[in-house]
Ligand binder design. Structure first.
Ligand code: RIB
Ligand code: CA
Length: 309
């Protein structure tokens, strides 16, 4: 029985790979895609999500508009230097026209999916957590319909944004703290500590491009992201953060997790957005399953196999 899934995303190059991966995997029944601001503004992430659902050949999956900004403090930093101004490496225009926009706001689409579900629904969140936090606040009665959150975000040792934060959490720390410290829904967090170890090399990208027309489009979308990685890290690799996180939703426990209560620094100082393991007895929330290890080659091979046409 496929797992019902809601995918909340800010496409985003690695989101693009994750979205096609999710829509292609028979273990998942993707019931909705919701867009949020993040890598680039919602004016790009939303049509990108619509185009990617069309690319995956899944016009049956509704796509809805989510948050255009964080819950509390404005956070204007985007990631266009990595994902391009259009969010898809400058290649958004080469994708098919997007599927139609669902008229419901993202949180209401999420709520309708949860109400209609007869099995627990996994929510995979691979962008800022604003939509997920609003869902929990607006519909507490539906929390027990969510099987778990699988979240790409955070970093325990050094980040990729600001002083030491990871982008998704830094984009809306208050939303991240709300989701990571609530007791109602189990959380699996896939941080940079693992996703950076799962960076794909040149051979992997070449295999993607040769795997068929969809992989060729994704490899083209990845090209600018790959060049940015090469320039910044001096290595010809691409970290497909979001695709690694989706593999956990697709094959539960493919990633090896460690339970630890967490909190998020929400002050406006240099530590804003940093995820902190909280060893205090009065930690604000229950332990989060933090994915810190995996058979990296097996994960990358599985992603590649699923993206072949
Ligand atoms: O820090 C990596 C995360 O931020 C990924 O989800 C990437 O798409 C960006 O949203
Ligand atoms: Ca993302």
């Amino acid at each position: 029985m496929p797992t019902p899934l809601i995918l909340d995303t800010d496409p985003g190059v690695d989101d693009a790979v994750a979205l096609v991966l999710a829509l292609r995997s028979p273990e998942l029944d993707v019931r909705a895609v919701t867009a949020t601001f993040g890598n680039v503004g919602l004016e790009h992430t939303l049509p990108n999500a619509q185009r990617l659902v069309a690319l995956a050949g899944r016009p049956d999956v509704p796509v809805a508009r989510g948050a255009a900004r964080p819950l509390v403090h404005p956070q204007l930093e985007r990631a266009a230097r990595w994902h391009g101004a259009d969010g898809l490496g400058g290649r958004a225009g080469t994708l098919p026209d997007g599927v139609p926009l669902d008229p419901r706001p993202a949180v209401e689409l999420m709520a309708d999916v949860l109400r209609a579900a007869t099995e627990p629904v996994t929510i995979a969140a691979i962008g800022p957590l604003t939509n997920c936090a609003v869902l929990l606040a607006a519909h507490p009665e539906l929390a027990d319909r969510v099987g778990r959150f699988v979240i790409m975000g955070g970093s325990l040792r050094g980040g990729n944004t600001a002083a030491a934060a990871e982008f998704n959490v830094y984009a809306d720390p208050e939303a991240a703290h709300r989701v990571l410290t609530q007791p109602e829904v189990p959380v699996t967090l896939v941080p940079l500590d693992l996703t950076l170890r799962c960076a794909a090399g040149a051979d992997w990208v070449a295999g993607l491009a040769a795997g068929g027309p969809t992989g060729a489009v994704l490899a083209d979308v990845i090209a600018a992201y790959r060049a940015a990685f090469r320039e910044h890290y001096g290595r010809d690799v691409v970290a497909l953060h979001d695709a690694v996180a989706l593999m956990e939703a697709i094959r539960p426990d493919i990633l090896h997790t460690t339970p630890m209560p967490l909190l998020v620094a929400c002050d406006l100082g240099p530590a804003r957005g940093v995820v902190v393991p909280d060893g205090q007895p009065d930690a604000p929330g229950p332990p989060v399953a933090v994915a810190l290890d995996a058979d990296v080659e097996a994960v990358l091979a599985d992603i590649a196999a699923r993206l072949k046409d």
